[in-house]
Design a protein. Structure first.
Length: 273
């Protein structure tokens, strides 16, 4: 797996440092991949909400300084709760940004922050809007961009149901671009009696496009990857057995010592690998 960092861990540091210097320090501490997350891109983004746009020339200038790193672009997008508009300006701008930063393997991750009353267990449980991800994935595939989703309010199995139903509306090639960014610790917070690692294990490998690692203790965020509510060693084994070789993003919480915590997280992960 490819050790990764995410820019929303650096909220505090971005108040005083530019994004380039933070990416450089993450690389020095062992990061091989950086997820560029909306709201934490410094001068590489502009606007908020529906008006958010990546600033493409500045993103290019950023990634060009790190030819040995890989990148993906992540944005907030109501992919499960609003009608899809794959030709809309914002989605097209995000795809352009993903292609720019992702080079030969562009990847756009979208996060729908909506909460729901219950897990989706059957196709009829899915809101009609959720199946609009098929249209978004079709457009992403047309442009050669991997399209992955995350929602902390639904368990992994429910998000896998969305992917299966959406893929049924796509060609096999188009469907291969659509998948998930599993985050088992998020699931434990919402469903403490569930087994997110069993659900991760049940995912087909081609659905796992990106993985987030984090830890919590008694449901509260832990500052670094360590022992806690989630059996991280089991998660690593599940992914290794599955043959996953993509980015393992340390989505650790913002902290004044976040880069030291990133180093500690890499060391802990390395001891389990």
């Amino acid at each position: 797996m490819i050790l990764g960092a995410i820019t929303n861990s650096w909220r505090q540091q971005l108040e005083q440092k530019d994004l380039t210097s933070l990416v450089k320090e993450a690389q020095q501490r062992g990061a091989k991949h950086v997820e560029l997350r909306q709201t934490c891109l410094g001068d590489c983004e502009t606007g908020q909400g529906d008006q958010w746009r990546p600033v493409l020339p500045k993103l290019k200038a950023l990634v060009d300084q790190f030819p040995s790193l890989t990148f993906d672009l992540a944005m907030a997008w109501p992919c499960l709760t609003k009608p899809a508009d794959p030709k809309g300006e914002q989605f097209q701008a995000a795809l352009a940004g993903a292609k720019l930063v992702g080079r030969a393997s562009p990847h756009l991750r979208v996060v729908d922050s909506a909460r729901f009353d219950a897990p989706w267990e059957r196709p009829q449980d899915l809101p009609a809007e959720a199946l609009g991800v098929a249209d978004l994935a079709r457009e992403a595939a047309r442009q050669g961009v991997i399209f992955s989703m995350e929602n902390s309010g639904q368990p992994i199995r429910s998000m896998a149901l969305v992917v299966r139903q959406a893929r049924a509306k796509l060609s096999p090639k188009e469907g291969s671009y659509l998948g998930l960014c599993p985050d088992p610790t998020n699931q434990l917070r919402s469903y403490p009696n569930s087994d997110p690692l069993a659900e991760l294990e049940a995912l087909p490998l081609d659905m796992v496009k990106l993985v987030h690692f984090k830890q919590a203790t008694a449901g509260k965020p832990h500052p670094a990857l360590d022992a806690g509510d989630l059996d991280t060693a089991r998660m690593v084994r599940v992914l290794a057995t599955k043959g996953y070789q993509g980015p393992a993003i340390m989505e650790i919480p913002p902290h004044v010592q976040v880069l030291d915590n990133l180093s500690a997280s890499f060391q802990y992960f390395g001891a389990l690998s």
